[in-house]
Design a protein around this ligand. Structure first.
Ligand SMILES: O=C(O)C(=O)C[C@]1(C(=O)O)C=C[C@@H](O)C=C1
Length: 112
């Protein structure tokens, strides 16, 4: 995974082009902060699109599990499985990971 280099511009509007950045040489001109932010925002938009597609895919798989369980006489919700998921997200991402997992479960639960 790539790590974006830190810049001084706080928004995409600060493209004054006065400061050289990155590894500019006489052959490779510096990328203006505004341009760099704009490119990175494009990358974030692509990532968000993929994340949303993955969430939709997760919702469909989750609905299939819930439908199978309900049709065989079980309950819609499986709390022990939800605890496993919450623990995994918290271990991977810290406390906000728990919130993310809860939001995902909210999106996935109760759609059948
Ligand atoms: O794994 C299951 O048993 C599911 O039903 C899927 C899922 C989930 O979306 O992860 C949804 C509802 C359950 O309460 C637990 C987990």
């Amino acid at each position: 995974m790539t790590t974006p280099t830190s810049g001084t511009a706080a928004s995409g509007t600060a493209a004054s082009g006065t400061a050289a950045s990155g590894t500019a040489t006489s052959d490779t001109p510096a990328t203006a902060p505004g341009e760099r932010i704009s490119e990175d925002r494009g990358r974030i938009d692509e990532l968000d699109e993929r994340i949303i597609a993955l969430v939709r895919e997760r919702m469909a798989v989750s609905a299939r599990i819930q439908r199978t369980r309900i049709d065989s006489g079980g309950r819609r919700v499986n709390l022990s499985r939800e605890m496993e998921i919450l623990t995994r997200y918290r271990e991977e991402l810290g406390r906000p990971g728990t919130s993310l997992a809860m939001t995902l479960l909210e999106l996935c639960r109760g759609r059948v």
